[in-house]
Design a binder for this molecule. Structure first.
Ligand SMILES: [Zn+2]
Length: 362
């Protein structure tokens, strides 16, 4: 059993590599140098190859330099003058981190390499891809139909293409299931899970010592995946694990409330009993929404305001979910869900989720 794969140094491809070894494949890996800001990922990939070697697993590993070709592409991952966005994965925001046509280019090279191995060793070769459904919404070149079409095109364009096929063991999974699978693979191969994953990096913008900020969209997904399997991420972050986990959970809650019209649990929000003087901004777009002058204690468990800031222009939408007729309120600037507006005998009450607000004191 022969496999060829791209090892990025991230957690998905690392999980895939040990899974292939656990399944009994002889594996050849390619890592790409393409001018990425997170170049430390190549060092981590090499460290894991070395670790595997020390434990008796021989893996062929080649680093392919594409930095010249890809320097002409526009992306926050490779261009010094474009900043990498922070926060939970959000389609518009994360488009900046797409390198145009990257996966098609990588797949072409892997295909050529796999075909070369197949011809050289006269053996059938699988191209293993760590693609998973968690990626789809964000990156169109992670979609299975894209790889199906590419596979067809490559097969049409090459002799001996019947020797090469695609293998996508994680296609129905997500980052959490990859980690769970990796626990099983590590146990089977007698490898140390923490050692393997300390030799990975997910952050797009690590500091000079290679430490992750823990705040980029990719970081947040990773942190939540480790949290979901009940383990501490062995990778080094700039701040403590407790701090990055708290931030990731906050980011997840913010996404759920503001983008999925969710509601935070009552009496849990940061601003429920908060009465300093200042302004409350939209946590997503920073528009001023409320001021401390209009804030009062409604006793309902969420921050309450009797009025909105004069320029806020908050959007009101009729909401008939949960068997009630209510007025939903949304940010007029970024259209994020904020909470509800109730008209009571004492006057209006804006009932707002704390997580949607950023307080700035006077
Ligand atoms: Zn907003």
């Amino acid at each position: 059993m022969r496999a060829v794969m791209a090892l990025s140094g991230g957690m998905d491809s690392t999980g895939l590599l040990i899974r292939l070894l656990a399944d009994g494949y002889k594996v050849s890996c390619i890592s790409y140098e393409y001018g990425q800001k997170h170049n430390v990922e190549l060092e981590r990939a090499c460290a894991n190859i070395k670790y595997l070697e020390e434990n008796g697993f021989e893996v062929e590993h080649r680093i392919v330099d594409l930095s010249s070709a890809m320097s002409i592409f526009h992306s926050a991952l490779t261009s010094e003058d474009i900043e990498i966005p922070e926060g939970h994965y959000e389609e518009e925001q994360m488009k900046a981190t797409v390198v145009p046509n990257r996966n098609a280019i990588f797949a072409s090279i892997v295909y050529g390499y796999a075909l070369s191995v197949a011809i050289r060793e006269n053996i059938d070769v699988v191209i293993a891809l760590g693609v998973h459904s968690g990626d789809h919404a964000i990156y169109p070149d992670c979609r299975p139909e894209f790889y199906d079409s590419l596979g067809e095109a490559f097969a049409i364009g090459n002799w001996d293409s019947e020797k090469v096929s695609f293998h996508l063991p994680y296609i129905d999974g997500d980052k959490e299931s990859i980690l769970r699978d990796s626990l099983i693979s590590c146990k089977k191969l007698k490898l140390d899970f923490n050692n393997v994953f300390s030799n990975t990096i997910t952050s797009y913008n690590p500091d000079e010592q290679g430490r992750s900020s823990g705040t980029s969209g990719a970081d947040v997904e990773r942190i939540l995946a480790f949290h979901a399997i009940g383990r501490k991420d062995p990778v080094e972050y700039i701040t403590s694990w407790e701090t990055v986990l708290e931030g990731a959970l906050k980011s997840q809650l913010r996404h759920y409330v503001m983008k999925k019209n969710g509601t935070e649990r009552p009496f849990t929000g940061e601003y429920d009993k908060h009465y300093e003087n200042g302004k409350y901004h939209c946590a997503d777009c920073d528009k001023v929404l409320f001021t401390s002058e209009d804030k009062f204690d409604s006793g309902c468990g969420w921050p309450a305001f009797s009025s909105e800031e004069s320029q806020a222009n908050i959007t009101q939408v009729k909401d008939v979910t949960h068997g009630m007729v209510r007025i939903e309120v949304r940010c007029s600037e970024c259209d994020s869900h904020l909470g509800h507006l109730f008209h009571e005998y004492s006057g209006p009450r804006y009932c707002i989720n704390s997580i949607c607000l950023d307080f700035k004191g006077e």
